[in-house]
Design a protein around this ligand. Structure first.
Ligand code: 1CP
Length: 344
């Protein structure tokens, strides 16, 4: 038998689902918070020893089956030349696109060498991690990355200007998406060449525009990324949060697994999603603030699903929220790993 995470991604039936959590490093761990008190986020990300150490914290503290690279989706706009700061109130860009005039691509220039330090982090992580823990690489989806570039700051995540900007500037948006996608492909190649085992695309704001617009302007870019991962034999997980019933239009050449948000029950997602595509998700991260009874109720529902569905990775329906009680995260991992899933 191989690794439980990679086996599941390949469609092999295992005794339980693999488990990891979106945002497992930066939000829930007391060990992360104490490091954060001493170093800024940029500092941690750019120091290969520190970033590799943070990448491995959830494996040690939460006992998850995979490690996710400690970095951020906003490294792409930064490597397109946008000034970026991570403040206590979230990321802030020096000059957002909405404050500029067309052509919006004029101020951007692809500088792939600005991503080189992340490859050092990956190599250091591969050096220190146990061989049976796969490393997940990632980048942001084209719409999500564009949202931050247009709006310029990260504390407000409703992005009121973005749909208007897209409707007003469709042609320009297509050019911006091309720029983001080309650099994301280079970045993905770098991550793969330096040792990641799995790739996840975080399209957190897929639900911001109607599905037709998403499929017209952004899905071709996702398809390029997915096809490249397939060529390189790297399993590709796609998280299109808020896409709703649009997930039924995703084909197996785009991705191997879809990460389902907490708005859609997994059995409904299973009916909609192409049978060759596996599922990941979708515990509501807010349930972790509830008492044990309510947590157990949510877990029981996932148990019903996971007993029959072996092409499924246990995860949240979106990342951990700040201040999530650590004991509850531990409790859930332990539950996934010690439950008898009664699979045959
Ligand atoms: O577990 C991990 O933390 C792994 C690394 C990781 C990942 C996968 C970070 C570190 N960020 C991300 C992805 C990311 N970043 C997304 C997509 C996933 C999601 O929706 O949660 C998005 C939208 C961002 C943008 C971002 N970066 C924000 C604003 C939105 C938000 O999620 O709050 C913020 C505050 C950041 C900074 C950031 N990135 C990562 C950390 C640990 C931090 C906070 C730095 C700190 O500790 O102060």
């Amino acid at each position: 038998m191989g690794n439980i995470f990679l086996d599941t991604l390949k469609g092999k039936s295992r005794e339980r689902p693999p488990v990891w959590y979106m945002r497992q490093a930066g939000r829930v761990l007391p060990s992360y918070c104490s490091l954060k008190a001493k170093h800024s986020f940029w500092e941690m990300m750019r120091n290969p020893e520190l970033a590799a150490k943070v990448t491995m914290l959830p494996v040690n503290d939460l006992d998850v089956d995979g490690a996710i690279l400690f970095s951020d989706i906003l490294v792409i706009p930064h490597a397109l030349g946008m000034g970026l700061e991570f403040t206590d109130a979230g990321p802030v860009f020096e000059l957002s696109l909405k404050k500029q005039a067309p052509p919006y691509t004029a101020s951007l220039k692809s500088q792939p060498e600005k991503l080189n330090y992340i490859y050092d982090v990956i190599r250091e992580t591969v050096r220190i991690k146990p061989a049976d823990i796969p490393l997940i690489g990632f980048c942001g989806g084209p719409l999500t990355v564009l949202c931050y570039m247009i709006e310029g700051l990260g504390t407000r995540t409703d992005f009121p200007e973005v749909p208007k900007f897209i409707y007003k500037n469709k042609r320009e948006v297509a050019k911006l998406v091309d720029l983001i996608t080309e650099l994301s492909l280079t970045y993905m190649e770098g991550q793969i060449n330096n040792g990641i085992d799995i790739f996840q695309l975080f399209e957190t704001h897929a639900g911001l525009v109607p599905a037709e617009i998403y499929f017209e302007l952004f899905m071709p870019a996702v398809e390029k990324l997915g096809k490249y991962a397939k060529e390189k034999n790297i399993p590709f997980i796609y998280f299109p949060k808020g896409l709703g019933t649009g997930i039924e239009r995703i084909t197996p050449d785009i991705c191997d697994f879809i990460s389902i948000d907490w708005q859609m029950p997994l059995p409904d997602a299973r009916k909609l999603v192409h049978p060759e595509i596996g599922l990941q998700g979708n515990l509501d991260p807010r349930v972790l603030f509830a008492g044990k009874e309510e947590i157990n109720f949510a877990l029981d529902k996932l148990y019903e699903f996971g007993q029959k569905e072996y092409r499924w990775i246990f995860n949240l329906g979106h990342g951990f929220l700040p201040d999530t009680p650590y004991e509850n995260a531990r409790y859930i991992t332990n539950w996934v790993k010690t439950t008898n899933w009664n699979r045959r």
